[in-house]
Write a new protein. Structure first.
Length: 321
């Protein structure tokens, strides 16, 4: 049986679901979590949307956000945990959830799924497109609220339909979601034009650390805690900054080093153009992602850990010259 029918069959036969997406949630993870929760509720199922990290400012206006809550002690066991946009409960910060079957719905190339049912399709621009197909298979009426969440997922994961994961199917699904009631102008306004001033201040501070090397093929920036604190910014305010590095015509590979709280570790975001596969570098550092967008965490202080990552990036780039 193909995984979508397998998942639809499992959902029809069961009643009580926990849903979760990855830590540091983005538009695809929040959009999928909300659309799937609303869809299951429309079928008369119990659906608990679990979120360990707060919903980023840009996504707080999405329909159903108040449904997301931190995991607590569940009175009764779940029939399944549905993992969206990630393949393991650790990525969702849910190591300790009571044991139940896991269902994985994800489009990440690098995932290592261990679910009872795993549906992984890296060819989709957004996991939201997979949720759309699953809800249609379940004959859930796609209302404007569900369509809005799925459109936001697709809009953000394709970089406003600019990344090379945008194909005819992505544009076609976007049009279908508009037919179901999503409003592209309103959603773009909510997601991209609602920055707090702290985010723009932080962007200025981070971009002023720009370094270019390898004849401009590689660019990197650093954010330390002082930069974040002096801008009054939150970790989520870093989203989108790395795209400015990719806007430089010569840049093929960009890295963003972020100290966002605990000084004993920092996060690394990588982006690339064309066939350069940064998910392979991220996997080498126990992270993951897609060919052109990947990330990982280094458990060292920022200044101590950056040189090793830069060396790996330089080796990678010279091997692909
Ligand atoms: P970002 O740079 O926006 O944080 O992440 C880019 C992409 O890499 C996203 O698709 C995200 O899911 C993936 N990614 C980022 N950090 C990690 C990580 O620590 N582990 C895994 N498996 N994927 C990551
Ligand atoms: Mn995604």
């Amino acid at each position: 049986m193909n995984p979508i029918d397998d998942i639809a069959g499992f959902i029809r036969k069961n009643q009580r679901f926990a849903l979760a997406s990855h830590l540091h949630p983005d538009g695809d993870s929040i959009g999928c979590l909300l659309a799937m929760t609303l869809g299951l509720q429309a079928l008369g199922k119990e659906a608990d949307a679990l979120g360990v990290d707060p919903v980023p400012f840009a996504y707080r206006g999405l329909p159903g956000v108040p449904l997301i809550h931190p995991p607590g002690k569940s009175s009764r066991p779940y029939d399944a945990l549905i993992l969206l946009e990630c393949s393991r409960p650790e990525r969702a910060g849910l190591e300790g959830l009571s044991p139940c079957p896991h269902i994985v719905i994800d489009h990440h190339l690098s995932c290592r799924p261990e679910g009872r049912i795993n549906w992984i399709e890296p060819s989709f621009g957004a996991t939201g497109q997979m949720v759309l197909r699953l809800l249609e298979a379940l004959e859930v009426p796609i209302c404007a609220d569900i369509a809005t969440n799925l459109y936001a997922a697709l809009l953000t994961d394709t970089g406003s339909f600019q990344f090379n994961n945008t194909n005819a199917r992505e544009l076609h699904d976007a049009a279908r979601l508009v037919d179901y009631g999503a409003n592209p102008g309103e959603i773009a306004e909510m997601v991209f034009h609602a920055n707090p001033p702290s985010k723009v201040l932080l962007m200025g501070k981070v971009l002023s650390t720009l370094q270019l090397e390898a004849q401009g093929r590689m660019a990197w920036v650093v954010m330390n805690r002082q930069a974040m604190e002096s801008a009054g910014a939150l970790p989520e305010d870093t989203e989108g900054i790395i795209q400015h590095l990719m806007s430089i015509h010569s840049v093929e590979l960009a890295a963003f080093f972020k100290e966002d709280g605990d000084p004993s570790r920092f996060r690394v975001s990588l982006r690339s153009k064309g066939l350069l596969d940064v998910s392979s570098i991220a996997q080498g550092f126990s992270g993951g992602g897609h060919r052109n967008a990947a990330g990982f965490t280094i458990h060292q202080r920022l200044e101590a850990g950056i040189p090793e990552v830069l060396e790996a990036l330089r080796r990678f780039l010279s091997g692909s010259a």
